[in-house]
Design a protein around this ligand. Structure first.
Ligand SMILES: [Zn+2]
Length: 153
């Protein structure tokens, strides 16, 4: 039996997870973290093609990654007002390239560098409140509007 990739399943689920999708291009899909989300604005840049990580990108995907990463990171920064945007790609939970783009506010020590992993797990365990779904929805709307004006392949 073939194991279904969680990311491919999300990309195919337009009715459910589609509510959090911000952009769908030829090579890249941009979507918000599923609810409950650790932070509003926690965004994924995912390859449309099922590849484990950057090492498996073809030449076209590799060339398109930089501009896409820049455009989406700038959008996260502008829309959340955060001080920086972390970019992390494990490819472990699902073997499909999805770069976590995480808004980082300098005043919030709980999300500083690797602290953000503790924050993430605390939300996952219900020990810390998740981001407000209304705030996430407003971010998704704004991100869709913003990315309509960007060239993300
Ligand atoms: Zn996949």
């Amino acid at each position: 039996m073939t194991e279904v990739c969680g990311i491919c399943a999300i990309h195919a689920d337009a009715a459910g997870h589609g509510a959090l999708e911000c952009h769908r291009g030829h090579r890249w899909i941009v979507r918000h973290h599923p609810l409950p989300s650790p932070l509003a604005g926690w965004t994924f840049l995912c390859s449309t093609r099922h590849v484990q990580g950057a090492a498996d990108l073809d030449d076209g995907e590799a060339a398109a990654l930089g501009p896409a990463l820049r455009a989406v990171s700038r959008a996260v920064r502008d829309l959340t007002g955060c001080d920086r945007v972390y970019a992390i790609a494990f490819g472990q939970g699902a073997p499909h390239l999805h770069v976590h783009l995480i808004p980082r506010f300098d005043g919030e020590e709980g999300t500083r560098a690797w602290n953000v992993a503790d924050w993430y797990r605390a939300v996952e365990r219900g020990e810390r409140p998740a981001a407000d779904p209304g705030e996430v929805a407003r971010f998704v709307d704004a991100m869709r509007e913003r990315l309509r004006r960007e060239t993300i392949d």
